[in-house]
Design a protein around this ligand. Structure first.
Ligand SMILES: Cc1ncc(COP(=O)(O)O)c(C=O)c1O
Length: 374
């Protein structure tokens, strides 16, 4: 496409096509190898990927599973979560975070977010702990880890495990360490649009606890400790060999992509400075891989409509916090968490991917500036 055409075309919200073009041969070879050996379930690529991701995150164990949702569910099953237990978490997240708690008969206990990062406010976590609390589950929203040291300290005081919902933050760094390797368990998603994605559903659990890793490995195969020996209740939660092959094919480009995401996020921050909107804060001791590049804007619906007219897709992550969702509003006070309520009315995500071109990013910013000035 030549430059003038590009100016008027619709931008991709997440440009997976450019990534595929760059990795086409590697992906084809990797997938072909699986088609040739035919071990579609628990083939050699599964362990190969787990070893590579253990090395990348620094966690002792990686257990691949069928999705990020399943990673959360299996993690909490491995911890022995039971009906009546409570899990302290944020309402400003994707439904899977709370869904998995509720599926096990437990109760999500909401803690409000920080308005400038939209991550759980670690200073409010201690007050949410009761004798029934069995875990704390912060979410590394938009690709930035929450105040994990503070959360781990509160957890240690009460003898509680911490599960990082790292579905949006694979590769993010926090005080020299990687997301997914910062607490008892880390759970990520390989949904295609995530910082590390496959071509379907996939996910992984990370832990350095041998017993939890063993439990997770058994739970993902129907609780089997040996073939047809069902030691515990489990699920069908394996990640397909073909999907593992896709992720393996992407690993050679991963660090470059993570750097690009950080740089594109930083460039958005610079270009948007001075406009009447709020960019999100990135704390100095960590980085953000921008699973979504999200800002807070006034008059969001009008701004989104103006951007859509200019061919710029946007999204809202998330329009209604979970403590206001019909399925979850009976868990606690729907009027609690004022920061989450305010953020839900203002957040808007802009096109973001490692392959976003500077000219296209300029176009997004120019259209946004015009929409805000209208
Ligand atoms: C914060 C969060 N948690 C959990 C999930 C669930 O991941 P998956 O879609 O792979 O099941 C997602 C994915 O959208 C997410 O954004």
């Amino acid at each position: 496409m030549n430059a003038p055409d590009r100016l008027h075309s619709k931008l991709e919200f997440i440009d997976l096509k450019a990534q595929y073009a760059a990795l086409r041969d590697e992906i084809a070879q990797r997938m072909q190898r699986v088609l040739d050996h035919g071990q579609f379930i628990m083939g050699p690529e599964v362990r190969e990927l787990e070893l590579a991701l253990e090395a990348h995150t620094g966690a002792k164990h990686c257990v691949t599973v069928s999705s990020g949702t399943e990673a959360l569910l299996i993690s909490m099953m491995a911890l022995g979560l039971k009906p009546g237990d409570e899990v302290v978490t944020t309402p400003f997240t994707f439904a899977a975070t709370a869904e998995t708690i509720v599926l096990l008969g437990a109760k999500p206990v909401w803690v409000d977010i920080e308005p400038d990062t939209c991550n759980i406010d670690a200073a409010q976590v201690a007050a949410a702990i009761t004798p029934r609390t069995k875990a704390i589950m912060p979410v590394s929203l938009y690709g930035q880890v929450a105040d994990m040291d503070e959360i781990n300290a509160v957890a240690a005081k009460h003898g509680l495990p911490v599960i990082e919902d790292a579905a949006q933050s694979f590769g993010a760094r926090y005080k020299g360490r990687r997301s997914n390797n910062l607490s008892t368990l880390g759970c990520t998603s390989f949904f295609p649009s995530k910082p590390l994605g496959c071509y379907g559903d996939g996910g992984a659990i990370f832990t350095s606890d041998d017993a939890l890793a063993q439990a997770a490995r058994e739970i993902r195969v129907h609780g089997q400790s040996a073939r047809y020996t069902h030691t515990r209740v489990g699920v069908g939660g394996r990640m397909d060999t073909l999907q593992c092959a896709v992720v393996l094919a992407k690993l050679g480009r991963l660090d470059w992509e993570l750097e690009r995401r950080r740089a594109i996020g930083a460039r958005y921050h610079e270009l948007l400075a001075g406009l009447p909107l709020q960019t999100l804060a990135v704390r100095p001791d960590r980085d953000c891989v921008w699973g979504q590049y999200t800002v807070r804007v006034p008059r969001r619906e009008q701004v989104q409509a103006a951007l859509a007219t200019a061919g710029i897709p946007t999204a809202v992550h998330y329009p209604r916090p979970l403590h206001r969702q019909p399925a979850y509003e009976h868990f606690g006070d729907p009027d609690a968490c004022p920061n989450a309520l305010a953020a839900a009315g203002e957040v808007m995500s802009l096109p973001m991917s490692a392959d976003l071109r500077p000219a296209d990013q300029d176009r997004v910013v120019a259209a946004l500036a015009a929409a805000l000035a209208a």
